[in-house]
Every structure is written in structure tokens, then in C-alpha cells.
Design a protein around this ligand. Sequence first.
Ligand SMILES: Nc1ncnc2c1ncn2[C@@H]1O[C@H](COP(=O)(O)OP(=O)(O)OP(=O)(O)O)[C@@H](O)[C@H]1O
Ligand SMILES: [Mg+2]
Length: 143
Amino acid sequence: MKFVTENVNQTENIGFRLGAFLPYGSVIALFGDLGAGKTAFTRGFAKGMGLECDVHSPTFALVNEYRSPEKTLCHFDMYRISGFDDLYSTGFFDYLDSGASLIIEWSENIENILPDNCIRVYIEKNPLKDDCRNIEIIGCEEF
Ligand SMILES: Nc1ncnc2c1ncn2[C@@H]1O[C@H](COP(=O)(O)OP(=O)(O)OP(=O)(O)O)[C@@H](O)[C@H]1O
Ligand SMILES: [Mg+2]
């Protein structure tokens, strides 16, 4: 599925719709450059799951957890992760086993370790229009 967004709210809105649509426990791999809108997408996604929380880049923590009594969303930033050992030390595999939903910024860096059934979201800046983003979502039905 492909979308074009013209501002940050529209990107959040696509995230919201995906978050409301996907079953709990889904793994979402985000791809896209610095400032593409991965965190904005995640903010919408968390709201779509019904989580009221302050979504921000977990660049230093590597993972943020957003919780409600029923659900947890684990938000990873793999910007500084380069290999299996690095990834192991973030607890990534424990989170995968936990049954929580996972959303992963900089999935480029763990491409060969992503679960086969993950949903892939590619966010690309439009080179000609500042606030435009091309978003492609692969691995899920229409929503
Ligand atoms: N159509 C759009 N969609 C998303 N963000 C947009 C859009 N147009 C402008 N922006 C701006 O681009 C920036 C996106 O920032 P965001 O933190 O979501 O990017 P990111 O991909 O998470 O970057 P990083 O790799 O540094 O974590 C915000 O400042 C946002 O306001
Ligand atoms: Mg980010």
C-alpha cells in the first residue's frame, strides 16, 4: 500500500490507522532517513493502539516502552546497532518473545534479523517538496 503525506499530521494519521488495524503483538519495521518521520508515524501508531503516552525517539535508551493495563508497545531505535551482539544486549529477543507489539526505527541496521512476518514501513522524503513523504507499507492487508 502506498500513501503520500503533505504534513506531519497526515503521517501520524497513517500510523494511527495502522496501529488501530493490526493485531496486538505485531512487529513493525520502519525504514527511512534522519527526519523522515519514523517517530511521527510511531506517535500515531501508539495512539491507534489506544495508548496515551509521550512518544519520543529512544535514541539513547534504545527502547521505550509505552504501556496501558492491557497492552505494551516497545519502540526501538537501532541507529547505533550494527550487529547481533549489540542487538542481543538491547534485550530485543526477549521483547520479541514477550508478545508485546514492537515498532523499530532504523530497521536497515537489523534487516537480516527481522522476523519474516513483520510489517515493513518505508518512509521517504520527497526531494522536490519539503513536507511531502512517500510511505509504502508492505506485508499487511488494506486498512
Ligand atoms: N509529511 C511529513 N511527515 C512526517 N514528518 C514531517 C512531514 N513533513 C514535515 N515533517 C517533519 O519532519 C520531522 C520528522 O521527524 P521524526 O522525528 O518523526 O523523524 P525520524 O524519522 O524519527 O528521524 P530520526 O531518524 O532522527 O529518529 C518532524 O520535524 C516533522 O515535523
Ligand atoms: Mg526518530
